[in-house]
Design a protein around this ligand. Structure first.
Ligand SMILES: [Zn+2]
Ligand SMILES: [Zn+2]
Ligand SMILES: [Zn+2]
Ligand SMILES: [Zn+2]
Length: 509
């Protein structure tokens, strides 16, 4: 498998979507595979990718998710850097004062005389403009005056429709608030005790006012969010005429903006390059991922923007044996027996016993279900509060049947095999382990890796060019060092299974 190419080995997530192992997560509490679709995504922190300033979420919302100090080039979207220049400044008031003094004394003073103040000399002032180091665009190109300080003071280009946008936003905010209040009122009447807590992952900034109302305090925002009267927009068939010279003058493409330049300035979408304006840099976020079943964190990054480390990182490739397709022994032909070489790697600190099965192991299925239910009830959040918080994960996952795309018949392995634990020091061992009694299908074994030979026959009715997909269940033992219940401290061993599909190649001509 080469870099940048999609992996031919896909794992079925517990929600039924196929993914390569590097896109999957592993919840140790459930214990199951999770993909990006079956976890809830939460914003951990907002930060600027250029100046690496951490910005709290309320401030970020207030600043429209843009950095106050950094600007992007409107031409090529590179970061703009401030450049200093010296501008000569003539201080008129002081000069005139000096002249008055000179007139009083009556002396014909030259600049070299000690009576001359230094301020009378032509002084320079440091001024700043923004310049793109990539395409040489500067703020002077579009006539933006230089600024006295390097950062922050650059004026925003207010769009024509700013006032309209603001009224619309106010209107819809009040609408959302009203709807929320009605919904809350309705639910309060239906079930007086439940839904005591408003959503914690609210994006509209209205949670505070709701809480204030619940406590019985007067709502500061309520007076502000009275229904705003907006005039609906009206469509009109009258449009401005094209300029007269559009059919006569040749078009100069260098003065017309590109589509991406227009889209980076969505409020006014300028057509001419002299209307381009430096754009505030959008903030980036750090995400944490949470299992929707048990509400435990799967991914939690370090808070500080300069750190690229994680506090919690339950990537599937750290817990689930990795399967890599090496090669097929012969060219693929329909109905002809073939064999595939697969490399298994154990990423954990415990030995694994692996067996490849053709059908889902029933008892494992039931066991996994039981563990899942345990995990849900033993969630620390639910225990602590005793109520269900209306988080994003209140939408329960929809189970999808994994589509069986396999179109080859496998010859099952005679026996399960053991995959040794990961031991980083063994990587440097020179001596080869004494060959012990190995099952026939194992080609070689080194440290925590095993190469095995799996026999299969592609279906006879496959046409040339069709993809041959192998499918099997990999059952493996997994030692869980975290326990769902408080009293149990010993690691528990689970027999887990993942469904794996391997695209081994297409039928030859
Ligand atoms: Zn979980
Ligand atoms: Zn999933
Ligand atoms: Zn910044
Ligand atoms: Zn540029």
């Amino acid at each position: 498998m080469s870099f940048m190419q999609p992996s031919p080995v896909k794992y079925a997530c517990s929600c039924g979507i196929l993914n390569p192992i590097n896109k999957l997560f592993f919840c140790r509490h459930c214990p199951k595979l999770r993909c990006g679709f079956c976890v809830s995504h939460e914003i951990e922190s907002n930060f600027c990718s250029n100046c690496l300033e951490n910005i709290p979420s309320t401030e970020a919302r207030h600043k429209k998710n843009c950095c106050a100090n950094c600007f992007d080039c409107p031409c090529c979207h590179h970061t703009l850097s401030p450049r200093a220049t010296a501008v000569p400044v003539v201080r008129k008031s002081e000069e005139s004062k000096d002249k008055d003094k000179e007139g009083e004394s009556g002396a014909d003073s030259s600049p070299a005389t000690p009576s001359t103040k230094p301020s009378a000399l032509p002084t320079t002032k440091k001024m700043y403009y923004l310049s793109c180091l990539s395409c040489r665009w500067t703020t002077r190109d579009v006539g933006i005056p230089d600024q006295g300080v390097a950062t922050g003071t650059w004026p925003d280009n207010e769009s024509l429709y700013q006032a309209r946008f603001n009224t619309l936003m106010e209107y819809y905010q009040s609408l959302v608030l009203q709807e929320k209040q009605e919904k809350q009122e309705f639910q309060r009447r239906k079930a007086p005790k439940h839904n005591k807590y408003p959503s914690l992952t609210d994006r509209t900034g209205l949670t505070v006012s709701l809480i204030r109302r619940q406590i019985g305090w007067s709502d500061k925002n309520l007076s502000k969010t009275k229904p705003v009267n907006i005039t609906p927009a009206e469509a009109s068939a009258e449009v401005d005429d094209l300029p007269a010279d559009i059919f006569t003058q040749p078009i100069n493409l260098r003065s017309i903006t590109t589509i991406s330049q227009r889209h980076s300035q969505p409020a006014d979408q300028p057509e001419a390059v002299n209307k381009l304006y430096p754009q505030r840099r959008s903030l980036w976020i750090k995400r944490s991922l949470r299992c929707r079943q048990c509400e435990h964190n799967l991914i939690k990054p370090e808070y500080h923007p300069t750190s690229i480390k994680y506090r919690i990182q339950l990537f599937a490739s750290y817990h689930v044996p990795e399967v890599v397709m090496v090669r097929c022994e012969q060219p693929l032909q329909p109905g002809q027996a073939n064999a595939i070489l697969l490399k298994f790697t154990n990423p954990t600190m415990f030995d694994m016993t692996i067996s490849l099965l053709e059908t889902a192991p029933q008892e494992v299925l039931q066991q996994a279900c039981r563990i899942k239910e345990e995990a849900v009830t033993s969630s620390p959040l639910l225990k602590a509060t005793g109520v269900t918080l209306s988080r994003q994960n209140s939408t329960r996952e929809i189970k999808r049947e994994v589509l069986d795309v396999a179109n080859a018949k496998l010859v099952p392995l005679e026996s399960p095999f053991v995959l040794s634990q990961r031991d980083d020091s063994k990587e440097f061992d020179e001596d080869v382990q004494a060959p012990s009694e190995e099952p026939k299908f194992i080609v070689w074994r080194k440290a925590n890796k095993v190469l095995l030979r799996l026999q299969f026959t592609p279906d006879a009715e496959l046409k040339p060019g069709q993809l041959v997909t192998l499918g099997f269940y990999m059952q493996y033992t997994y030692v869980n060092t975290v326990s769902n219940t408080q009293d149990k401290k010993d690691p528990t061993t689970h027999a887990l299974h993942s469904r794996i599909f391997i695209e081994s190649g297409s039928i030859g001509n």
